[in-house]
Design a protein around this ligand. Structure first.
Ligand code: FES
Length: 108
């Protein structure tokens, strides 16, 4: 499968996230504080909460439910209660298009 366009880069504001679904996979597309774009699994590993509804700070996103922050680079939680990482997907930017293939994990 090839990468799918999920949104326009211009739709993503700095320090914000949107939830998209590609082939049934829920993904949080996040533009961090340095304007870098990341794609991580959208479901918090502690509960059924959308991480796209969380708070972006630097290169992390914090789940609003119980406060676990996840690295947008590695997917790893940085504090409890979550202790399992979320997947991190490769992101391709082509012009104003943000493309993701949920079958392709980012090289960490
Ligand atoms: S559901 Fe995300 S930290 Fe609890």
């Amino acid at each position: 499968m090839s990468a799918t366009r999920v949104c326009a880069l211009s739709e993503l504001e700095q320090d914000s996230a949107i939830r998209v679904e590609v082939n049934g996979v829920a993904i949080a597309v996040v533009r961090d504080s340095n304007d870098e774009v990341h794609a991580i699994g959208d479901v918090c590993t502690h509960g059924d909460i959308s991480l796209a509804e969380g708070f972006v700070d630097g290169d992390t996103i914090e789940c609003w439910a119980h406060g676990s922050a996840f690295s947008l680079r590695s997917g790893k939680p940085l504090n409890l209660p979550a202790y399992e990482p979320v997947p991190v997907y490769a992101v391709t930017i082509e012009g104003d298009d943000v493309l993701i293939d949920p079958a392709v994990l980012k090289e960490l």
